[in-house]
Design a protein around this ligand. Structure first.
Ligand code: F6P
Length: 341
């Protein structure tokens, strides 16, 4: 077979490890692999290149994606679906491995129903994909955010400040809850639990009343105040209709300083969480996902996604992975809440 592989959506540590695994395993099984550039954009433009064992050598530890990425949505393009199916034929490709999150895999699921032979690999630092215990990239993002909180701790302590750290995660609080717990944050705000700023300030006052002179607040970019809606930096939307989040950390910091009188500063970690080398855990998970995807293609088992269940890599239906976001459950949140204030 001639197998296409693409990476779509936001970049994520471990993408290159998946590409390398798909190429190595598929070539070992007697197939040829072609990299489609810039996600679904490359399929629309027939922009692709052959990937050999040589071309994926030395990329395991590298962040980003050697194929490039985009937020192109096939279903927003003129005759997108028909063109995607026709273009794959014109390119001489028999099957496709799509590496992406909710949006990229949502397109893959629809294209599968229309006859395209596609297999998915779950990517996102947000860890919000259903049907897999973890996505690759998440562990790296959590480690970056935890290290940042550790570093911010020292300034908080030296200067007797409240430090607000804003992390990514879109509409799921996984990065915030994990890095906040690991970094010993005193309050963690996540989209799943709308917050009351007055209660946040009360918790900080209680803590400072116990003699503490500094605090760390970890806030997910998608956290929302109880009575209000999302705080947006921009109203611009991508082709999947997502607003660009970010900026709530600064607003919370201002409110805390105004309401408590404690000197407060905000740090927005932003794309630092997506950059750089993947952790060992993400390299291994990404590699296992890539090998599984290659096996699914080899076996003609299309419409599936490689997924982690416990310690095992299994195949799930693409449809089960998209549509519903996996968000932080009450039990997890309550453990984190034990340490608030
Ligand atoms: O989905 C991954 C993610 O990093 C989110 O956490 C964040 O909201 C979004 O992508 C940012 O997207 P962009 O890089 O397009 O600004």
């Amino acid at each position: 077979m001639k197998i296409g592989v693409l990476t779509g959506g936001g970049d994520c540590p471990g993408l290159n490890a998946v590409i390398r695994a798909v190429v190595r395993k598929s070539i070992a099984s007697g197939h040829q692999v072609y990299g489609i550039k810039k996600g679904w954009r490359g399929l629309m433009d027939k922009d692709f290149v052959e990937l050999t064992i040589d071309s994926v050598s030395g990329i395991l530890h590298r962040g980003g994606t050697i194929l490039g990425s985009s937020r192109t949505n096939v279903y927003k393009e003129k005759d997108g679906e028909a063109r995607a199916i026709q273009n794959l034929k014109d390119m001489g490709l028999d099957a496709l491995v799509a590496i992406g999150g909710e949006d990229t895999l949502g397109v893959a699921a629809k294209l599968f129903k229309s006859g395209l032979k596609v297999v998915g690999v779950p990517k996102t630092i947000d860890n919000d994909l259903n049907a897999t215990d973890y996505t690759f990239g998440f562990d790296t993002a959590v480690n970056v955010a935890t290290e940042a909180i550790d570093r911010i701790h020292t300034t908080a302590e030296s200067h007797n400040r409240v430090m607000v750290v804003e992390v990514m995660g879109r509409h799921a609080g996984w990065i915030a809850i994990h890095s906040g717990m690991a970094g010993g944050a005193d309050i963690i705000l996540i989209p799943e639990k709308p917050f009351d700023i007055e209660e946040v300030c009360d918790l900080l006052k209680q803590r400072h009343g116990r003699g503490k002179s500094f605090s760390i607040v970890c806030v997910a970019e998608g956290a929302t105040p109880k009575e209000g809606s999302l705080v947006l930096q921009s109203l611009e939307k991508d082709s999947f209709g997502h607003v660009m989040l970010g900026g709530i950390g600064n607003i919370i910091a201002e409110e805390i300083e105004k309401r408590t009188g404690y000197e407060t500063r905000a740090t927005v970690l932003g794309h630092i969480q997506r950059g750089g080398s993947p952790t060992a855990y993400d390299r291994v998970l990404a590699t296992r996902f890539g090998v599984k995807a290659a096996e699914l293609v080899h076996d003609g088992n299309f419409g599936k996604m490689a997924a982690l269940k416990g310690e095992k890599i299994i195949a799930v239906n693409l449809d089960d992975a998209v549509g519903v976001l996996k968000t932080v459950d009450d039990e997890f949140y309550e453990v984190a809440q034990t340490f608030f204030g």
